[in-house]
Write a protein that binds this ligand. Structure first.
Ligand code: NAP
Ligand code: ZN
Length: 348
């Protein structure tokens, strides 16, 4: 006896997204019910809908960059009130008692976080459905507050693209003057540029297409490097302290590692699958190759407050939900500046 909710779903692998009705649970004591206003479109949605990671569950309602307003609260909710502007990101639950959860890194929950969509519910009663929908019921402990100074549509991508780039830049200590390369100028990449700049780094966009040069500069990047000509890897060898790799497709990691100086670090946030690495590329310069996944709830709130203070939001293209398949196609062609956001008023 839940709440009937309009949504868009992929009914099977690589299916077009079509209208579907789901049920949200009635808010329990700790839950807030959120009217979803906007939902960003992450490349992860494409990987999942197309079954690229082998773990997709259909029918699937994607979407994990959710912004809306609280429309109802449970009896024990003390962090939010009706009308508050709030966000839900990539996960909606975790075990709450493992060492990762206790240290506020719920995304690394040792017992497995429950992701916002495509996750089995802990009580065994089905799977989670994401933000391509009109409303969502979420435990208040997995909801964050959107600073009132930020436009809600352009804030939506902060819930995934924002925190996924902010977290490793902070965790690995990017600081003023460091030479940072952001690899791939898409949804994550353009947020990486904004945060690395805000942290005072010297930022270079490293793109596989020359066509992004002007856009990179307009975003505030200090420099631009196209890898269309392989010689650019040799010409720029040893130039960077830190690389943030946001690429969604196969690429040769060892080429990029060559751009780092002695003791440099490359952090992968892009998830194309297996990426082989030449041992000599790492060993020869004592390099570190790391990975990073989104961020915890506390850090997500910290990132949103940082965005509120610095006036940082995503550069977006607002679309009706009926344009979602075309948006996926355009993302595959890197034809987006720089994040599609679904206007949920287009869904009835
Ligand atoms: P996106 O907007 O589609 O951007 C991906 C970028 O990758 C493109 O704009 C393009 O940049 C670059 N690229 C594409 N094909 C390439 C190729 N063949 N060689 C080199 N570069 C290529 O995707 P997104 O939403 O930012 O997501 C990026 C990746 O991060 C996805 O794999 C996604 O699943 C993953 N992700 C991870 C996390 C996490 O927690 N770690 C969170 C969210 C998303 P240029 O045109 O500038 O080269
Ligand atoms: Zn995402």
């Amino acid at each position: 006896m839940g709440l009937p909710t309009a949504a868009y779903a992929a009914q099977y692998e690589s299916a077009p997204l079509t209208p579907w009705q789901i049920e949200r649970r009635d808010p329990g004591p700790e839950d807030v019910l959120i009217d979803i206003l906007y939902c960003g479109v992450c490349h992860t949605d494409i990987h999942f809908v197309r079954g690229e990671w082998g773990s997709s569950i259909f029918p699937m309602v994607p979407g994990h960059e959710i912004v809306g307003r609280v429309s109802r609260v449970g009896s024990r909710v003390d962090r939010f009130a009706v009308g508050d502007a709030v966000g839900v990101g990539v996960f909606v639950d975790s075990c709450r008692h493992c060492s990762a959860c206790e240290s506020g890194e719920e995304q690394y929950c040792l017992n497995g976080a429950t992701f916002t969509y495509n996750s089995e519910l802990k009580d065994g009663r089905g799977v989670t459905y994401g933000g391509y929908s009109k409303q969502i019921t979420t435990d208040q402990n997995y909801v964050v507050r959107i600073p009132e100074s930020l436009p809600l549509d352009a804030a939506a991508p902060l819930l995934c693209a924002g925190i996924t780039t902010y977290s490793p830049l902070r965790h690995f200590g990017v600081e003023p003057g460091m030479k940072v390369g952001v690899v791939g100028l898409g949804g994550l990449g353009h947020m990486g540029v904004k945060f690395a700049r805000a942290l005072g780094a010297h930022v270079t966009v490293i793109s596989h297409t020359e066509s992004k040069r002007d856009g990179a500069k307009a975003l505030g990047a200090d420099d631009f490097l196209a890898t269309t000509d392989h010689a650019s890897f040799e010409d720029n060898a040893g130039r960077f302290d830190f690389l943030l790799d946001t690429v969604s497709a196969d690429h040769n990691l060892s080429d990029y590692l060559g751009l780092l100086r002695l003791d440099g670090r490359m952090v992968l946030v892009g998830l194309p699958g297996d990426l082989p690495v030449a041992a000599f590329a790492l060993v020869g310069k004592r390099l570190s190759l790391s990975g990073s996944m989104i961020g915890g709830i506390r850090e997500t709130q910290e990132m949103l407050d940082f965005c509120g203070e610095h006036g940082i939001v995503s550069d977006i293209e607002l679309i009706p939900i009926s344009a979602i398949d075309e948006a996926y196609e355009r993302m595959m062609r890197s034809d987006v500046k720089y994040r599609f956001v679904i206007d949920m008023s287009s869904l009835n």
